[in-house]
Ligand binder design. Sequence first.
Ligand SMILES: [Cu+2]
Length: 158
Amino acid sequence: MKVHVYEKFWMGAALLIIAAFVGAVVITSYALGIHPPSHVETIDPATIDTDPRFAHPGVETVGGRVRATIVARMWSFDPAELSVPAGQPVTFRLTSPDVVHGFEVVGTNVNSMVVPGYVSQVSTRFDHPGEYLIVCHEYCGVGHHTMAAKLTVTEKAP
Ligand SMILES: [Cu+2]
């Protein structure tokens, strides 16, 4: 069977594009270590309030790193107001005792799903002090539109 030269050209082009897409996934996940920020650890959704990892939600500084522990539940974030310093690495750790929620710090690259049974972890650094809105961006029931919190990024210490 004779294949036309244009046919051969476009078959080759399609294969190259597929190879580029697969290559992009392989390189970002294995060489650059980029993964979705959820499913870091597992946790029993029924015992979140007594689990030492989430019994005391809030912001703490551990070994020079700022860690914000947050429980996303129907229909609020606990705590509803957080304060972190600018110019320092901040790690958010989240989980949900009920349904799937979202965690987005509006105007930044912090955006994660919060899935019951798992701990989501996102690290970032805020360069601009100010007030940021945190919203749930996964529909989670009738109170979804009220599910928000406030993040204050304070001026970095001199
Ligand atoms: Cu929600």
